[in-house]
Design a binder for this molecule. Structure first.
Ligand SMILES: Cc1cc2nc3c(=O)[nH]c(=O)nc-3n(C[C@H](O)[C@H](O)[C@H](O)COP(=O)(O)OP(=O)(O)OC[C@H]3O[C@@H](n4cnc5c(N)ncnc54)[C@H](O)[C@@H]3O)c2cc1C
Length: 414
């Protein structure tokens, strides 16, 4: 059943006590309007479950933030089934392979052949969010931007609450459940009492300096390059916009990199012996991203469920962050649906266990891609030779290439 999804105000604040929060009620309170929060909210709507999404940034900021761009087949299929895939189908670029480039030579990993016809779609995270926001708002649902001082309470009781401020007024949102979809720096994970969560963390001794350039992509598919001077990646967002990265120091000052220096480094690291040329153009945006692997266990506490980057971070080499966020909430939405339609909480109880099994496989893949393709500051000549041997093996063994391909297009949802 489809229904409108509006948080219900059940007790307006008495005029004389204007500091009392206005009390509202919903079934699922969602903190964060990134991919995890918005996909969850829309999935719940399709199951007839109420939600309110609270986001501390402005809508425009969220929709312009340059982030992921590679969608797994599962993500594409889900967005399509949710009715928000129309523009993605029209404008997204479907790829059936990637190139691994080393020693100046390119080697294609053919996803289509290796995975029985699967591929990936290039469609920017910002565009996914625009489509989701439009769908949420068209359905009359509550996605509240620019809320302040969000905090979560009574997580281990039957009715958790979210407190927040909006336009100077204070609100108390009473929920059956809270979904912490507020990213790595959000407030939900730190609100879980000390000692409950175990953190697994790995920081990498390098970062990615990324640019968005007004230049048609110089290749039809992504190129992952391993070079003496470090990793480089050629990616794209549209037929006119390239997205390019070079490995850099984790604390690199972006101001030390003028555009010519970036293009020079990209030309050098992506160079090929076959006369291939990098297309250049005005740099529209640039920034440095740190690289980290991070997981918390469990991903739930009482009636709070963590999803996406609030529970785990992967280095971007495997293009998995957004996709993992989407799979988490796909599982969570099934759990809520089971609870509201059948009164059972088996899936909700096993949410963390089900997600983590997949999360760790994706962590492994992202770590492996990162380790194979980057230069490490403390590496010795043995490591360098081993990395080249690994790349040679992956691009010459059908079994090894298939392993990469099936992980890259996305492992099945169990
Ligand atoms: C520069 C960069 C490049 C990336 N490239 C890729 C890529 O190529 N492929 C890939 O798959 N992934 C990539 N990722 C990762 C991907 O973008 C994230 O994994 C994805 O955004 C996770 O979605 P999420 O909804 O869990 O978290 P987020 O997208 O971080 O969303 C969390 C939301 O919560 C909001 N929020 C935070 N705190 C609060 C609060 N206190 N109150 C209310 N709201 C709050 C935030 O403003 C944000 O909108 C990249 C990430 C970055 C930073």
């Amino acid at each position: 059943m489809l229904s409108g999804v509006i948080g219900t105000e059940i007790a307006p604040a008495p005029q004389l006590f204007c500091r009392m929060p206005k009390v509202q009620r919903t079934q699922v309170g969602i903190v964060g309007a990134g991919p995890a929060g918005l996909v969850l909210s829309h999935l719940l709507y399709l199951h007839g479950i109420e939600s309110v999404v609270l986001e501390n940034r402005a809508r425009q900021y969220v929709e312009e933030r340059v982030r992921a761009g590679v969608l797994e087949q599962n993500t594409v299929d889900l967005l399509t089934a949710m009715g928000v895939g129309e523009r993605m189908k029209r404008e997204g670029l479907v790829h059936y392979g990637i190139e691994l480039r080393f020693n100046g030579q390119g080697h294609r990993i053919d996803f289509h052949e290796l995975t029985g016809g699967k591929g990936i779609t290039i469609y920017a995270q910002a565009e996914v969010l625009k489509d989701l926001n439009n769908a949420r708002i068209a359905a009359g649902c509550q996605v509240l931007f620019e809320v302040e001082d969000v905090s979560v309470h009574k997580l281990d009781g039957p009715q958790p609450k979210i407190l927040y401020r909006k336009d100077g007024d204070e609100y108390e949102l009473c929920c059956d459940f809270i979904a912490g979809c507020d990213g790595f720096h959000g407030i939900c994970r730190p609100s879980i009492p000390a000692g409950v969560l175990t953190e697994y963390d790995r920081l990498y001794p390098f970062g990615w300096l990324g640019i968005l350039a007004e230049a048609p992509p110089s290749a039809e598919e992504l190129i992952y390059a391993y070079h003496e001077r470090g990793f480089a990646l050629l990616s794209m967002r549209t037929p006119h916009i390239s997205r390019l990265y070079v490995q850099c120091r984790p604390d690199e000052e972006i101001d030390h990199w003028n555009d010519e220096k970036i293009w020079h480094e990209l030309r050098t690291r992506l160079a090929s012996t076959n006369g291939w040329k990098l297309t250049e153009g005005p740099v529209l945006q640039k920034g440095v991203t740190g690289m980290r692997s991070f997981v918390v266990e469990p991903m739930q506490y009482g009636r709070l469920y963590l999803a996406g980057d609030s529970a785990h971070i992967v280095p971007p080499t495997g293009a998995k962050g957004l996709n993992l966020a989407v799979t988490d909430v796909q599982i969570l939405a099934r759990g809520f649906d089971e609870y509201y339609s059948e009164g059972r909480h088996d899936l909700l109880d096993r949410y963390s266990e089900i997600c983590l099994r997949r999360v760790w496989k994706v962590q492994r893949f992202s770590w492996w891609m990162t380790s194979m393709l980057h230069r490490f500051p403390d590496e010795n000549p043995f490591d360098h030779r081993r990395q080249l041997a690994e790349l040679d093996y992956v691009t010459s063994s059908h079994a090894a290439a298939r392993t990469l391909a099936e992980n890259y297009v996305g492992l099945p949802l169990e």
